[in-house]
Design a protein around this ligand. Sequence first.
Ligand code: FAQ
Length: 311
Amino acid sequence: TPEARLDSFEDKLAADVKIEPRDAMPDAYRKTLIRQISQHAHSEIVGMLPEGNWITRAPTLKRKAILLAKVQDEGGHGLYLYAAAETLGISRDEMIDALLEGRAKYSSIFNYPTLSWADIGVIGWLVDGAAIMNQVPLCRCSYGPYARAMVRVCKEESFHQRQGYDALVAMMQGSEAQRAMVQESVNRWWWPVLMMFGPHDKDSVHSETSMKWGIKRISNDELRQKFVDATVPQAEVLGITLPDPDLKWNAERGHYDFGAIDWNEFWQVVNGNGPCNRERMAARVKAHEDGAWVREAARVHAEKQAARAAA
Ligand code: FAQ
């Protein structure tokens, strides 16, 4: 096959042939993938917390079942992504230690609190909406295991996004108080969601190499613009106002213009000083400690099985 003749990393990249775990790859490529995939995995796991907060208080049995399934999906995505990162030669223990010791990042968005039931709908609509915008191009990422993981993850995220929008439509057709609750929630989440796409391209330290290596296919700013363009009409259908006085259609550009992002807030949150950073980390550390007996039992069981197999 033509693929068999593509020996070098560069040849494969140029021919758009996926890089697989056993293939030769530059050390920096391996490192940046471990960084991005593990941070992505951590985001899914920490991302279970804000929504998990509402499982016991969902307004109906149906909404509770849906929310449980969504949060479980996020746990599944996290495990799936840890497995993809492990193919690059790092262990799950090392990645989890990095998270629990505060050495690894996770998405800024999960450091904001969920204060009302409307937040659950808004997370589905906007946070999952932004996640899909960012992850669909990752299905074409040059690293095979990550690209393939993204295909399934994106399908599930699409369902998450629609369930969020559906919950908001129900609330917007309800009482005046419900509509006000949705608007208040959108006001709090809009700007942090725009920050999910990362710093402006000119300030994005990894973009140039990640683009060259086919890890990133579309830049932070371009994805943010695509997200705004897709979301404004959805907000109109919903009947809510996006909290940005500078948001307006620019016919010349064929895009919506929008206001300036508060990058100081972004870096504060990324560096551990957001509204819920400490609470999120404490919850993960506690879960890890509470689960110690399960890991220990699994280890002893595996030892017994191995001893039996050897006997
Ligand atoms: N938060 O040079 P760049 C989800 C960091 S969706 C925190 O532009 P890069 C689904 C960045 O790591 C959310 N840190 O970096 C869900 C770097 O620091 P480092 C997760 C951020 O990698 C929905 C520095 O700033 N999605 O979980 C953020 O080229 C609902 C410089 O930035 C992914 O992780 C941020 N927002 O581009 C779950 C997608 N932005 O590493 C539950 C995969 C930037 O040098 C409920 N990741 N930083 O210490 C990516 O696509 C990329 O890594 C970007 C950043 C686009 C996030």
